[in-house]
Design a protein around this ligand. Structure first.
Ligand code: QAP
Ligand code: CO
Length: 182
């Protein structure tokens, strides 16, 4: 089932999500709905809070080099904890909850993440590159953080300005095309 994705400045996005203790069919339905929603909105990662559910759950499904987003590569992450973060890298990030805005974010280059899968089994990923960035971006959602909080002060001002202008554009009296036709 495809669900709505909450967007900035929805207050729910700033909530801390709660640990999962029951690994039942409701959790599996949540994960399946998150997958359907992420694919429908053309994302590569989604946290439960983005569909309004404050549980420590996220999914990541990167696109392969040949451009195919293969479900075989889907990673379902529950109750994650980073046990190691090393190095530094900068990548231009985006987020389904901040549509149309992309900016550079500095993060760890290499990570080790301990988490549980949908059955409650303990898992560990050690990775770098785009997957390491995606895991850190999604984990931030569980603590109520968006990538726009991790950009520099001047870039944040640029974002606030673009966001305000986008809102203005949404008001019918400020829409350029619609105005002429009335
Ligand atoms: C998080 O981001 C991420 O603005 C996932 O109009 C970010 O799926 C992982 C998206 C950076 C790795 C690196 C954004 C779709 C999707 C938009 C996304 C938009 C449509 C973002
Ligand atoms: Co995001």
């Amino acid at each position: 089932m495809i669900l709505e994705v909450l967007t900035y400045p929805n207050k729910k996005l700033f909530e801390r999500s709660i640990e999962v203790s029951v690994f039942d069919e409701n959790l599996h339905k949540l994960l399946d709905d998150m997958y359907d929603t992420m694919i429908a909105k053309e994302g590569i990662g989604l946290a439960a809070i983005q569909i309004g559910v404050a549980k420590r759950v996220f999914i990541v499904n990167l696109v392969k080099e040949d451009g195919v987003q293969d479900k075989a590569d889907l990673i379902e992450v529950i109750n994650p904890i980073f046990s190691e973060k090393t190095g530094e890298c900068v990548y231009q990030e985006g987020c389904l909850s901040v549509p149309g805005y992309y900016d550079d974010v500095k993060r760890a280059e290499r990570v080790r993440l301990d988490y549980q899968d949908r059955f409650g089994n303990s898992q560990t990923i050690e990775t770098d590159g785009l997957l390491a960035i995606a895991l850190q971006h999604e984990n931030d959602h569980l603590d109520g953080h968006l990538f726009i909080e991790r950009i520099g002060f001047n870039k944040r001002k640029k974002f606030d300005k673009e966001f305000k202008q986008g809102k203005k554009q949404d008001k019918p009296e400020n829409r350029k095309v619609a105005k002429k036709e009335r």
